[in-house]
Each structure stands twice: as structure tokens, then as C-alpha cells.
Design a protein around this ligand. Structure first.
Ligand code: PA5
Length: 427
């Protein structure tokens, strides 16, 4: 269960957060009476997902784990961030360097860098390679270009027939260039549901296949999300998603703070923050409104961004993301000579040192005029990550409706594409 604590923020507000408006926004979401109601498939997803397809995901992931030395996951934005976030949070950002069973996993097609692409090609050369290409529209240039290259790579190295075994597509159930290609070539397909937008799709085959192929227990992920859904859909004060939405909107509207920093406790959570940034930025940043989502990894970023947060323009609010129990315990050793003068930390577990740093930072930032919130999960495991994903999705839907925008469209994303296609001479 996810906990939300607003003690470090409420004192800044001239008026109480508008919890009634948050409840109304939640009702709009549940009843499907607001803008973008065609994209609410994620609300009931943790219970109502397609069980037959889910079983197929597990089977395909087991096959990939058994046969592949490298899995290349091709996708961008909502078609990649969620999977990478869960994989890094569960395994480590160094997951390909740490010995473990199953394939190495490379994400590509999330940009237009020839250098990145060439490096992945080099890394997988000579290996048993499988590809999962993920694109709901099937027309996004970045993953489509990467897929063109990896399709050729697979066909050249394994032949066209074996490509049917090695290429798996996650796309629209009936339409789009990727679906047409997959049908023509005989690739296995998984469906991005019509009623779920990219940034809400991590618990669909979009995220679940790569996550399961990494050896992560997706049953537990879904269980965590399902339990949290029960809590986050309640229209009362016990709902932490409702409270988070109400408080961040109050800070934005009453105090004019326009930037929210999600502060994370370790490198392994960096991509949770990247996923969160897309979720909130794409959902709320429209009609010249919206809180700009930013992120820091502490304490590393205190040595780069700490000065600004403490002392720069007062446009910030901050949300600390915490996991109560560390996954790994490391104790600071005693040193007889105390050559570095650090014996005051001897015998302390690393988490104790981090907690002191975090509390110190929070107090300093509050004193410096930054309203601070805290979101915490018990552990960094599948169940809690599933819960955290659902919590953030629900809070985002509520917050978007409180802001008065459609939290489920992204019209602004098309602008750069039009220019890029024109410059590239697309007909
Ligand atoms: O949230 C979104 O809709 C976007 O981030 C998309 O997920 C992203 O642009 C990729 O789109 P597609 O899956 O159609 O290739």
C-alpha cells in the first residue's frame, strides 16, 4: 500500500487543499463522464485484463528467457519507459553487467541516434537475438527506423523463416503499419488496448512482456496494482492518490509553484521518475497550464541541483519517493585509526545515513520555501511497484481533471513530427 504524507507542504497553503474537487474529479474518472473517457481502460485493468493474452505473454517470455541471449526491446515514450522503469527498479540499472539467468536486455528506438543503434548492434552480434517491437500506432519514426534495421539483422543472421520465432510485435489489434507487417510476415502479436494510451500502458503487454522476459514476477506486479486500485478509487480521505492530487494542485494554484521535483533515493529508481515525468507532463501540460515534472536522484543531484533547489527561483515543490526497507543492507565498518574521521557513522547501516541526509534535505528545502510531500512504499519489490504504478496513474487522472484538461490526449506531441516529416520529404 502506498502512503502519502503532506506535512511538509500543508503549512505553506493559505487554504486547505480542495479535497471535494479531488473527489469530484475521481467520480468523473470512475463514471467515465469527463474528456478523454475513451482512454480509461487502465482504471479496471489490474483485474479485467485479458487472461488468455496474459498467459500467452508468460509463455512467450519463458521462450525468450530460454532461447535468447539478447532481447532487443524497440519502442519510445509510453511504449518503453514503464518496462525499463520496472526492470531497473527490480534488477538494477546495471542489469546487463550483473550475472543472472535469461537474456541481456537492450532498449533501442527511443531516439534517433545512429551511435546508440550501432552500439546495440555491436553488443548483440553473434548472439541468439530476439526482438520485441512495441508501437501502438505502428508509425512512430524512431522505433520504426530501429525495427527496419533489426528486422534486417535478424533475417540476415537467422533467416526469414526463423524471424517468425524471433520477432514479437506489440501493437494495435487491427490497424497500423506494424500490425500489417506482422500479419504479412507471420510474427506473433500482442495487443495495445484501444482504450489505453501509451503512458498508461505499462501493465498491458507493452510493459509486461519485456518485464516478464527479464524474469520479474508479473503476477505480483498485477496483484500489487489490483490491491492499490481498490484504495485509489475510494472517494474518501483514506485515498492517498486523491490526497496527492489535491495537495499538488493546491500548491500549483494557491502558491503558483510550477515545477514538481520527484526526488528518488537511488539510481535504480531513475527510470521510475522518467516514466512519471512522461505520465504527468503529457497528461497535464496543455492549454498553457500544468506542473512541469522534473526529477532528481539523491544524494547525487544535491551536488549539482541542490544549490538551485535551496536558493534559486521559488517556483518549486518537491515530492520525495521512499521505500521503507532497503533491499540490500550495507554497514559502515569501524576503522581503528579513524583515518578519515568517519567513525561517527561506524556500525550504521547505509539506509540510516541516507535517512539522515533525506530528513536534513527536506528540512532545509522546507526552510528555503519549497513545499515538500512524501510518497512511500514498504519495499522495492514487484507488488509495491505495481501499487506505485497504479497510485501514480490514478493520481494523475484525478489531478488532470482538477486542472480542467483532458489528461488522456497529447495533441502537442504531433507538432514536431509534422515539421520533421516535411523536412525529411515524407509524401
Ligand atoms: O504516451 C504516448 O502516447 C506516447 O509517448 C507514445 O507512447 C509514444 O509516442 C510511442 O507511440 P507508439 O506506441 O504509437 O509508437
Amino acid at each position: 500500500m502506498i502512503k502519502f504524507n503532506a506535512e511538509g507542504a500543508l503549512g505553506f497553503l493559505p487554504e486547505a487543499p480542495d479535497y471535494k474537487a479531488a473527489e469530484k474529479a475521481l467520480r468523473t474518472l470512475k463514471e467515465g463522464t469527463g474528456e478523454g473517457s475513451g482512454f480509461l481502460g487502465w482504471v479496471a485493468l489490474p483485474k479485467s485484463y485479458d487472461k488468455e493474452e496474459y498467459a500467452r505473454i508468460k509463455k512467450c517470455a519463458a521462450r525468450i528467457r530460454d532461447k535468447a541471449e539478447a532481447l532487443v526491446v524497440i519502442g519510445i515514450g509510453g511504449s518503453y519507459l514503464g518496462a525499463r522503469a520496472v526492470i531497473e527498479a527490480m534488477l538494477s540499472p546495471r542489469y546487463n553487467e550483473i550475472p543472472r539467468k535469461g537474456p541481456k536486455i537492450y532498449f533501442i528506438g527511443n531516439g534517433i541516434s545512429g551511435e546508440d543503434l550501432a552500439q546495440v548492434l555491436q553488443l548483440v552480434e553473434g548472439k541468439s537475438v530476439y526482438v520485441n517491437v512495441i508501437s501502438k500506432s505502428g508509425t512512430t519514426l524512431e522505433p520504426a527506423l530501429a525495427f527496419r534495421i533489426f528486422k534486417q539483422f535478424i533475417e540476415k543472421n537467422f533467416g526469414k523463416e526463423e524471424a517468425k520465432e524471433r520477432i514479437v510485435c506489440t501493437t494495435d489489434k487491427a490497424r497500423g503499419a506494424l500490425k500489417n507487417l506482422a500479419d504479412a510476415e507471420g510474427y506473433e502479436c500482442f495487443v495495445v488496448p484501444d482504450n489505453i494510451g501509451g503512458r498508461y500502458s505499462v501493465l498491458t503487454p507493452v510493459g509486461l512482456l519485456p518485464i516478464a522476459a527479464a524474469g520479474i514476477n508479473i503476477d505480483k506486479l498485477m496483484e500489487g496494482a489490483a490491491k492499490e486500485a481498490e484504495i485509489c478509487l475510494k472517494e474518501d480521505g483514506s485515498n492517498p492518490a486523491l490526497a496527492y492530487a489535491a495537495v499538488r494542485q493546491a500548491i500549483y494554484k494557491q502558491l503558483g509553484k510550477k515545477v514538481e521535483i520527484l526526488s528518488c533515493p537511488s539510481e535504480s529508481i531513475r527510470f521510475i521518475a522518467e516514466w512519471w515525468k512522461q505520465l504527468y507532463g503529457e497528461s497535464e501540460g496543455k492549454q498553457h497550464l500544468g506542473i512541469f515534472p522534473a526529477s532528481c536522484v539523491y544524494t547525487a543531484d544535491l551536488h549539482s541541483m541542490g544549490q538551485y533547489i535551496q536558493d534559486g527561483e521559488r517556483m518549486l515543490m518537491e515530492t520525495f519517493l521512499c521505500f521503507d526497507v532497503p533491499r540490500v543492507k550495507v554497514e559502515v565498518p569501524f576503522w581503528e585509526e579513524n583515518g578519515d574521521g568517519l567513525n561517527y557513522t561506524a556500525g550504521k547501516e547505509y539506509r540510516q545515513v541516507y535517512e539522515a541526509a533525506k530528513e536534513g534535505v527536506k528540512q532545509a528545502h522546507i526552510k528555503g520555501g519549497v513545499p515538500c510531500m512524501e510518497i512511500s512504499a514498504a519495499k522495492q519489490d514487484e507488488e509495491n511497484l505495481g501499487a506505485l504504478i497504479y497510485f501514480f496513474e490514478a493520481a494523475c487522472g484525478i489531478s488532470g481533471y482538477m486542472q480542467g484538461v483532458d489528461p488522456f490526449d497529447q495533441p502537442g506531441v504531433e507538432e514536431y513530427k509534422k515539421n520533421m516529416f516535411a523536412l525529411l520529404g515524407k509524401k
